[in-house]
Design a protein around this ligand. Structure first.
Ligand SMILES: [Zn+2]
Length: 639
């Protein structure tokens, strides 16, 4: 999964559990041992009428195999990739159940609201269940008049307590007239607008989202024998599919760079599904043979969008190896109702944040020479966060289901958020990479570890679990080092600073200058925000609304708070340019800056004592050292 961060000094498109070393099985699991009535020969069938997707809803009709007597069907709650029990129950409406054409009474469980009970009459071997699913409910919009992102886990009920590797589902979709579709599922037949897919185990169908749309373009990025990788784009406007050849060429480098990085493949045909729409919320969700990427309309045509969010597709693609093939043991479950433990997300998402970025630079989606400036920005973001004095990374991963909601609250820098184990994870795994490179004099790297981690070279989409101890053991095979103490220090205990050794070890030094950092600048432009985290100590929207104030900063000491709006600076109406001018003035004249702010209808004057001038982070080379970052981010595959 991907996090879009827009809070601290820098917004990173990041945008996917402590008992990790204890033996699997110690945590009691809910039952996944019920006999599945839906078999390959007699699967549950699901027909999704998505002909109304452009109007924001679809209708799902299922035939669920049953036996007479009490029967419980459930709605998926813990969806792999989301790391939270967020199955969107509130988007389910108009539930109707019948057996042999007769309505059947149902009631919801009083404790587990994802479960529904019926009494199946004698002589009945399947029940029909129908409901309407709202596509744009809650906080995340999934359908526009021209594109819809459909995921089967949102549109189905299934038998309670089964193991979803052994429960079969046969899915069909009815498309809006003239729309195209793309999915990792195998198309078995098509009649008019109805497409029937081959029956598959439920876990695989649930892992295979379906993108549909009026305007689409499918680009073959790579093929070898029967194996293919596609980039399937669905846009609100046809002109957003006119992607410059240079950008497409960079995406064509991605598969070869991933094979060089991992030395293996665990999929047969892979579809990177990509919506290009300003109506559909930004998102990235990993799957084994596909990925669900939702980006702004100009994502593939605007070079700045590629600079800011260019790791979206590479991050999700990398998850096919790291997250889908290799997965934390306690995050791996047998159905959607069993809670997932998220503590090891510092490997699953933290390492993937590094690898997704690394692939975007190696493939040329972003210029490798820019990585040091990117690193300066994310290091500074993590190093200046007050919440790290009390909250270790392990609490952020263990509490991930709640920390993912941090964007909705105030003072996210005090509370910290799920984005931190992505961003800090990148620093952590870059640190690991540079330690391996230094200790082996450049002969080995994190790539060496990843080849072991993702062995053997070729399998289908299966899952191999890991524990923290196994990760440390594998790293020790690459190079002996006290990896347990290393992760203990940086992940499991309060760490006042993020991993820092990687900067010097890779031949670079952090400095602050008045020159804007190119990444910070691109992010500010794209998200209409202005970060003054290192100066006054606040982040503001372009309209002057404060989104966060850093504890201990000049703005904090003066009494500023999120929710205030800066109306004027030293008597002039607020604009980012005026603010910058006044900051330079304060540096030269040592006068506090006068802010007029409004807050819930009241106006205040606040004087902020900051005299340091503009400050932005940069990395500069340490003369006479090896530029390890250039080696890491250079292309590794033969193109
Ligand atoms: Zn992810």
């Amino acid at each position: 999964m991907k996090q879009l961060l827009m809070r601290s000094a820098f917004a990173v498109a990041a945008l996917g559990l402590c008992a990790a070393t204890s033996a699997a099985g110690l945590i009691p699991e809910p039952n996944a041992n019920a006999v599945p009535y839906a078999t390959q020969a007699n699967p549950e069938t699901l027909v999704l009428d998505a002909s109304t997707a452009g109007r924001g809803f679809a209708t799902s009709t299922m035939e669920i195999p049953v036996r007479p007597g009490p029967f419980t069907f459930v709605y998926p709650q813990w969806i792999p990739g989301y790391h939270a029990p967020h199955g969107p129950l509130a988007d389910v409406s108009q539930i109707k159940v019948s057996a042999n054409g007769q309505p059947l009474a149902w009631h919801r469980d009083k404790v587990d609201m994802y479960a529904f009970h019926v009494m199946v009459p004698q002589g009945v071997d399947s029940i029909k269940v129908q409901f309407t699913v709202l596509l744009n409910g809650g906080t995340s919009r999934r359908a526009s008049p021209n594109v819809a992102v459909l995921t089967w886990t949102r549109v189905l009920f299934y038998q309670n307590d089964i193991n979803y590797h052994h429960y079969y589902l046969k899915a069909s979709v009815i498309l809006p007239k003239g729309w195209g579709y793309s999915t990792a599922l195998t198309t078995e037949s098509r009649a008019g607008e109805r497409v029937n897919f081959k029956e598959e185990p439920l876990n695989y169908v649930g892992d295979s989202p379906l993108f549909i749309g009026r305007y689409y373009k499918k680009v073959l990025l790579w093929h070898h024998g029967d194996a293919h990788m596609w980039l399937d784009m669905f846009a609100d406007a046809p002109q957003d599919l006119d992607v410059p050849a240079k950008i497409i060429d960079a995406y064509k480098n991605v598969p070869a760079e991933a094979f060089a990085l991992y030395g293996s493949r665990h999929w047969y045909n892979y579809h990177a599904l990509l919506s290009l729409s300003n109506k559909i919320s930004f998102e990235g969700v990993e799957h084994h043979q596909s990925s669900d990427n939702r980006a702004p309309a100009d994502f593939m045509t605007n070079p700045t969008a590629q600079l800011v969010m260019g790791d979206l597709v590479t991050h999700e693609f990398s998850h096919s190896w790291n997250g889908k093939y290799r997965r934390p043991w306690d995050l791996t479950t047998d159905n959607y109702q069993i809670p997932q433990r998220t503590d090891l997300l510092w490997v699953y998402e933290g390492m993937n944040q590094y690898l997704g970025d690394l692939l975007s630079f190696r493939a040329g989606i972003r210029k490798p020479s820019l990585y040091p400036q990117y690193l300066a920005a994310i290091y500074t973001q993590m190093a200046t966060e007050p919440g790290r004095d009390t909250t270790p990374l392990i609490d952020l991963t263990t509490g991930a289901p709640y920390y993912y909601d941090q964007g909705r609250g105030q003072y996210p820098s005090i509370r910290r958020g799920a984005g931190d184990f992505y961003t800090e994870g990148e620093l952590l795994w870059l640190d690991v990479d540079t330690i391996i490179r230094e200790k082996t004099h450049g002969k080995k790297s994190l790539d060496t570890f990843l080849h072991l981690y993702s062995a053997p070279k070729l399998t289908g989409p299966v899952t191999k679990t890991y524990t923290r101890a196994q990760i440390e053991h594998l790293l020790n095979e690459v190079v002996p080092y006290n990896w347990h103490a290393f992760f203990q220090r940086h992940v499991y205990e309060i760490a006042k600073l993020p991993p820092t050794g990687e900067l010097k070890r890779s031949g670079w030094r952090l400095v602050y200058t008045a020159k804007p950092n190119p990444f910070t600048k691109a992010v500010a432009g794209m998200f209409h925000m202005d970060s003054q985290w290192l100066t006054y100590g606040f982040n503001i929207g372009r309209n002057g609304a404060l989104t966060d104030v850093r504890e201990g900063s000049p703005a904090w000491k003066a009494g500023m708070a999120p929710g205030m709006k800066i109306e004027a600076v030293n008597g002039q109406s607020f604009t980012p340019k005026v603010l910058n001018y006044m900051m330079v003035q304060a540096e030269h004249h040592a006068q506090p800056t006068k802010f007029e702010v409004s807050q819930d209808g009241w106006f205040h004057t606040i004087w902020v004592s900051y005299f340091g001038g503009p400050r932005y982070p940069h990395l500069v080379r340490i003369p006479g050292t090896v530029n390890m970052l250039a080696k890491i981010m250079a292309p590794h595959a033969k193109h």
